[in-house]
Design a protein around this ligand. Structure first.
Ligand code: COA
Length: 254
């Protein structure tokens, strides 16, 4: 079965991450599929909202680390960057249903969602530094905006995870429900949105995002350049190799 399931019904695009054996880690093919589906949905007047969801046990383990190691992931033209650009400029309401681990881009993509419904098992983390990397998805700007600098520093410098309750309190998450209900709730909310006038939804979202949009666009590029450089450096190569060899990384030489 495909690693990405795309459904368009009742005015809603639904993207389901379906690579459970690898904890829904994201490959170039998956990023490309998501970017294309979002671009098409943006241009399709019969679709009013989009939902991104994973599985009840895991949202996403972030970028596929094997692809990181094979240098298949960097640059402005990369599918990952195209996906980030697509979610950052998506003009219609973007929702997510998040259960279990949401690692790296599994968390940072949520900064671009308008409504996030979390299972009570959701665990968010942005361990970029632990992998020799730096923030992406404009999270170096959006995380401190949302969480305050202190909590963003714990999340981004220490790579410390935070749970659904904290995410709710900071406003990253709109509501917490049992994992078995997160997807259905996101669908219900998306369909409610789809029943509203599309022009009003688009204009309201544009106004809500207006002050941050230019900063986000610029930060995406700046982070992308740094991320691409760090991906090739020895600390990151050690971190990726260690993950795949199921051992702790040794950063003592870097
Ligand atoms: N890239 C590639 N493969 C990954 C992956 C990733 N990001 N995350 C998990 N996998 C693979 C594992 O290598 C393992 O494969 P195997 O069965 O062939 O050995 C399989 O998925 C199951 O992962 P495992 O770690 O055993 O599951 P877990 O339930 O113990 O832990 C996570 C789940 C998500 C907490 C853990 O897998 C994890 O931390 N993943 C890496 C997250 C990360 O650093 N992502 C990059 C962020 S920038």
């Amino acid at each position: 079965m495909s690693e990405l399931l795309i459904d368009k019904s009742s005015g809603v695009l639904t993207i389901t991450l379906n690579r459970l054996d690898k904890k829904n880690s994201l490959t170039r093919t998956m990023y490309a599929g998501m970017a294309e589906a979002l671009a098409q949905a943006d241009a399709d007047a019969t679709l009013s909202a989009a939902v991104i969801q994973g599985h009840e046990t895991v949202f996403s383990a972030g970028n596929d680390i094997g692809e990181f190691l094979n240098r298949l992931a960097s640059g402005e033209e990369s599918p990952a960057f195209q996906f980030l650009r697509a979610i950052s400029v998506f003009s219609k309401p973007l929702l997510a249903a998040v259960c279990g681990p949401a690692v790296g881009i599994g968390t940072t993509m949520l900064f671009h969602c308008d409504l996030v419904y979390a299972g009570d098992n959701a665990a968010f983390s942005m361990p970029f530094v632990n992998l020799g990397l730096c923030p992406e998805a404009a999270s170096s700007y959006l995380a401190p905006q949302l969480m305050g600098y202190g909590r963003a520093a714990e999340a981004l410098l220490l790579g410390e995870p935070f749970l659904a309750e904290t995410a709710l309190e900071m406003g990253l998450v709109s509501r917490i429900v049992p994992p078995s209900e997160a997807s259905a709730l996101a669908q219900r909310q998306a369909r409610k949105l789809a029943a509203k006038p599309l022009g009003s939804l688009i204009e309201t979202k544009r106004l809500l995002k207006k002050s941050q949009a230019p900063i986000v666009a610029e930060r995406l590029l700046e982070e992308g350049t740094s991320f691409a450089r760090l991906l090739t450096e020895p600390a990151a190569r050690e971190a990726f190799t260690a993950f795949l060899e199921k051992r702790k990384p040794d950063f003592s030489k870097f």
